[in-house]
Design a protein around this ligand. Structure first.
Ligand code: SF4
Length: 483
């Protein structure tokens, strides 16, 4: 039995937070902590918080309140709070929840083990928030959740000033990581068996602004194309303002860059886009989509949309519906606007009544589903290679299916039949049915390609129980209404 102190990281929020949590886990393991088993209490609980989502603070203090009696019973237990809400609320957290031991911000996640130790020795809470990032945190250790897919941060922070967004205030100005450093990480990941990387930044199209190369992102995509063994490259999130044609060309000409694009729209009304301080208009947005589809006819386009931004009229909302129809989104994350304290939009006049926001939201969600379902039906009969995902799959009556992601990132549930693909393997299937949010293949699997990622997954399963990877604890949602 290991006597190491155990930890658990609870993540709220976006992909950047999920990736930061992998770094927090890596840091704690390097410092000698062991990951707590699913059903065991942890000696250290770390909350990686998000300030973008509504009620983020209620959720955090609710969770902290539940842990108080647990900590009272286990005085050696420590609780740490990091991420965007910690950056924003700082000392407020230890005032409202004095049983918290450590508060750290978005710019100093590497300090967590030291702060925990300091809090333990000094027997008092440690609050350390830095105003800006000194260096890109690329050298921090990482404990990845998946043996076959990995996030790779290319930039942090954002130089835009969208009026609904708290990110620039909390993550600071954009810091770009050097291309050689990124590629070295990608190569190291592939050597470990990773097949798919997602390049991550608040605004990936601005990548290079810090070192003065406007075409740096297109070059990076092409360079990823030269990494042997890397099957799939994705990225998130692009910004329509900075989206240039050289990126579309690089996507189309680099075979391992996948034909999918998640490009936040936020609103289809030019008036609302201006009020959001998003410096593109619907025509430009749709123009990018046209050029992406001309270069990659099978590309799936997804988006984020906010309904009920202050001052949004019926006509503005209709303009959003128009763009949704024209853009033919494969799916969309839709959000009801609610003010985020600290953002310019929170104090704008003409806040839209909640009931109107709710009604518009229902209409938008129905249209998004209708469009997505029509787009999905066009996939029936296509033969696709899927990257098999972890998890139980889906049971429909007597049919047990596994799940995988198509190149365009669509979710496909398939019947494995006599084949036994492992998560991380690639299977070729024919789509036989389309639902609004997923596809189904009940035809025989045409081919299974066993991969090193599948081998790595299998090896992880065969490790002794205390070294196996418990399911990640994620309390957030897969995307955020930003960028
Ligand atoms: S919404 Fe995206 S682009 Fe706009 S400020 Fe926030 S992070 Fe930057």
């Amino acid at each position: 039995m290991s006597s190491a102190r155990t930890y658990q990281v609870r993540t709220f929020g976006c992909q950047m937070n999920v990736h930061d949590s992998e770094r927090l886990a890596g840091l704690l393991e390097q410092a000698g902590y062991a990951r707590a088993a699913d059903d065991a209490p942890a000696d250290v609980v770390v909350f990686n918080t998000c300030a973008v989502r509504e009620n983020a603070d209620n959720r955090l203090y609710g969770n902290l309140g539940q842990l108080k009696p647990v900590k009272d019973r286990n005085p050696g237990m420590q609780i740490a709070v990091g991420g965007c809400l910690a950056q924003k609320d700082r000392g407020e957290i230890t005032r409202r929840a004095p049983w918290v031991d450590v508060v750290f911000g978005t710019h100093n996640i590497g300090s967590l083990p030291v702060l925990l130790e300091r809090a333990r020795v000094a027997a008092e809470a440690q609050v350390e928030i830095l105003e800006s990032l000194e260096t890109f945190p690329s050298t921090l250790p990482t404990r990845r959740e998946s043996p076959y897919a990995a996030w790779v941060a290319i930039s942090v922070g954002c130089n835009n000033t969208c009026t609904f967004c708290i990110v620039p205030a909390l993550r600071g100005r954009e810091k770009d990581r050097r291309p050689g450093d990124i590629l070295a990480e990608v190569q190291a990941l592939v050597a470990e068996g990773v097949l798919e990387v997602t390049l991550l930044g608040q605004n990936v199209n601005a990548y290079g602004v810090e070192f003065g190369d406007r075409s740096a992102f297109a070059k990076l995509l092409r360079a990823c194309g030269g990494v042997d063994g890397l099957e799939r490259v994705r990225f998130t999130s692009p910004h329509p303002r900075d989206f240039t044609d050289d990126v579309i060309e690089a996507m189309a000409q680099t075979p391992n860059v996948m034909p999918s694009l998640h490009m936040p729209l936020q609103s289809g009304s030019d008036r609302v886009l201006a009020a959001m301080r998003r410096s593109y208009r619907s025509e430009r947005y749709l123009g990018i989509i046209d050029r992406v589809r001309a270069a990659m006819p099978d590309a799936a386009i997804t988006t984020d949309i906010i309904v009920g931004f202050p001052g949004e009229s019926d006509a503005d909302f209709e303009a959003t519906l128009e763009v949704v129809r024209a853009a033919r989104f494969a799916s969309a994350f839709t959000f009801q606007y609610s003010p985020r304290p600290g953002t310019p939009a929170a104090t704008m006049p003409d806040q839209v009544p909640a009931q109107v926001v709710g009604e518009r939201y229902q209409r938008l969600a129905a249209l998004v589903d209708e469009v997505a379902w029509a787009e999905n039906r066009r996939q029936v009969g296509r033969v696709l290679e899927l990257l098999v995902a972890e998890g139980e799959g889906r049971k429909d009556g007597e049919t047990q299916r596994l799940s995988g992601r198509a190149p365009d990132n669509r979710l496909v549930h398939f019947t494995p039949g006599g084949t036994a693909p492992r998560p991380g393997d690639l299977v070729t299937v024919e789509v036989t049915y389309a639902a609004p949010h997923h596809l189904v293949s009940d035809a025989p699997v045409r081919a299974v390609r066993r991969t090193r990622a599948g081998d790595a997954w299998q090896a992880a399963q065969e490790r002794p129980a205390d070294a196996a990877r418990p399911a990640p604890v994620s309390l957030g949602m897969p995307s955020l209404p930003t960028s």
